[in-house]
Design a protein around this ligand. Structure first.
Ligand code: ZN
Ligand code: ZN
Length: 344
C-alpha cells in the first residue's frame, strides 16, 4: 500500500507530512516486512522528529537528482496489486505506473477506511475535545456577529478565535447572511449584515492531535420572519429525530430518512438539498456518509455529523449541525451549544 501525506498517513504512522511536489510516500509492504517511509532528503529531519522510527518504520531518503519512483519500484515486487492512496495526485500515480508497468492498482481506502471509521477510545476523546473547542468559538459569536459588519470581517474574527480556542488550523469558515444562506457552502463575502437577517455560521478546524471539528449554528439578527421561525422549529425537530434514530445497528440511510421525513412533513423536503451528514475524524469528511443508499450499520466507535438544513433561493437558509459519536452506551453529541434559533 502506498500512502501520500494526508490523514491516512498521519493515522497509520503519526507523521503529519507536507504534501509537496517532492514525493513523500509511506510504503506498507505486508505483515513481516518493516514499512518504508520514502522522503526527500530535506524532509528527513521532520520525518525523524515525527517518531516514525519508534514505530518500526525505516526511513529512506532521496536526493534532488534521484528518481523516487525508481526507488519505490525497487521496494516492491514487479507484479501484483498495489493499494494506492485515494487522494494521490494523478501525476504521482502516472509516474509510479511508468516505473512499475506490470503492477495493478486498487484503492487504499478499501483497506484503511475500515480502520479509520471505527475510532478508539482515545480518538473519541480527541473528537470530544475538538467539539468543545468549536463550541467555545460559537459561544463568543455575539462579540463579532453584529449588524453593519461584513461577512468577511466577521469571518476573520471567527478564524482567529478558532485558533485561540485550541485548534492548530482553520479548515473552513462559512458566514452566510440573508439570501447567501441559501447556498450551503457559501464562505464569506463583502455583504453587510442587516437587521432581520438570518446568518448561517458553519465553522471547523483541526486540533493539535489531528482531529477535526465542524459545527453549524444559525443566528438571527433581531426578530425574524414568522415563516422562517416555523421552518426553523421543524429543523430542530428534524435534527433531534436523526439523533434519536442513531442507535447501534441502525443503517446510515435510516438516520438520513429520520431527519428528512420531519422536514418533508413540514413542507421543506424539496429545500433540504444535501445528505444529513458525514463521518469525521482526521478528515472533516470521511466514512460513514449519512445518506440514502448507505446501508452501513452504525457501530460503536463511529463519529459523524447530523446537519439537516433548508435553503430557499433568494430568501434565506438554515442548518443545524452537531457531531455525534457512537459508544457502547449509545449516541452522544460532542457539540452542546443551544439548538434553538440564537437571537443576537
Ligand atoms: Zn459543517
Ligand atoms: Zn459537516
Amino acid at each position: 500500500m502506498l500512502l501520500i501525506p494526508g490523514a491516512s498517513m498521519r493515522y497509520l504512522a503519526g507523521y503529519d507530512a507536507l504534501l509537496l511536489e517532492r514525493l513523500t510516500c509511506l510504503v506498507v509492504l505486508g505483515d513481516d516486512v518493516a514499512p518504508v517511509l520514502v522522503v526527500p532528503a530535506l524532509e528527513r529531519p521532520a520525518a525523524v522528529a515525527s517518531g516514525v522510527v519508534d514505530l518500526g518504520v525505516d526511513i529512506m531518503d532521496w536526493q534532488e537528482t534521484d528518481d523516487p519512483y525508481a526507488l519505490i519500484a525497487q521496494l516492491l515486487p514487479a507484479s501484483g496489486v498495489i493499494a494506492i492512496d485515494n487522494h494521490m495526485w494523478a501525476e504521482t500515480l502516472m509516474r509510479l505506473t511508468a516505473a512499475m508497468p506490470e503492477v495493478n492498482h486498487t484503492l487504499a481506502g478499501s483497506i484503511i477506511d475500515e480502520l479509520r471509521v471505527r475510532k478508539s477510545v482515545g480518538e473519541l476523546d480527541a473528537l470530544r475535545d475538538a467539539g468543545a473547542a468549536i463550541d467555545r468559538v460559537h459561544a463568543r459569536m455575539s462579540t463579532w456577529l453584529t449588524v453593519g459588519r461584513t461577512e468577511r470581517e466577521v469571518g476573520r474574527d471567527i478564524a482567529a478565535a478558532i485558533i485561540e480556542e485550541g485548534h492548530v488550523s482553520v479548515d473552513f469558515v462559512i458566514v452566510a447572511s440573508g439570501p447567501n444562506g441559501a447556498s450551503p457552502h457559501h464562505e464569506v463575502s463583502d455583504r453587510i449584515i442587516e437587521a432581520g437577517d438570518v446568518v448561517v455560521v458553519d465553522i471547523g478546524g483541526t486540533t493539535p492531535l489531528g482531529y477535526c471539528s465542524d459545527s453549524t449554528r444559525t443566528y438571527a439578527m433581531g426578530s425574524v420572519d414568522p415563516d422562517f421561525a416555523r421552518s426553523y422549529t421543524a429543523l430542530v425537530a428534524s435534527q433531534e429525530a436523526a439523533f434519536q434514530a442513531a442507535i447501534i445497528g441502525a443503517t446510515a440511510e435510516s438516520i438520513d430518512e429520520a431527519a428528512r421525513s420531519v422536514l418533508t412533513a413540514a413542507g421543506l423536503g424539496e429545500v433540504f438539498i444535501h445528505r444529513t451528514g458525514h463521518g469525521i475524524g482526521m478528515s472533516t469528511h470521511e466514512e460513514p456518509y449519512i445518506v440514502s443508499g448507505n446501508r452501513t450499520p452504525i457501530q460503536p466507535g463511529m463519529a459523524f455529523s447530523i446537519e439537516p438544513g433548508f435553503y430557499v433561493e433568494g430568501q434565506w437558509g438554515a442548518r443545524l449541525e452537531d457531531i455525534v459519536i457512537m459508544t457502547q452506551q449509545g449516541c452522544e453529541r460532542v457539540n452542546h451549544r443551544p439548538r434553538e434559533l440564537v437571537i443576537l
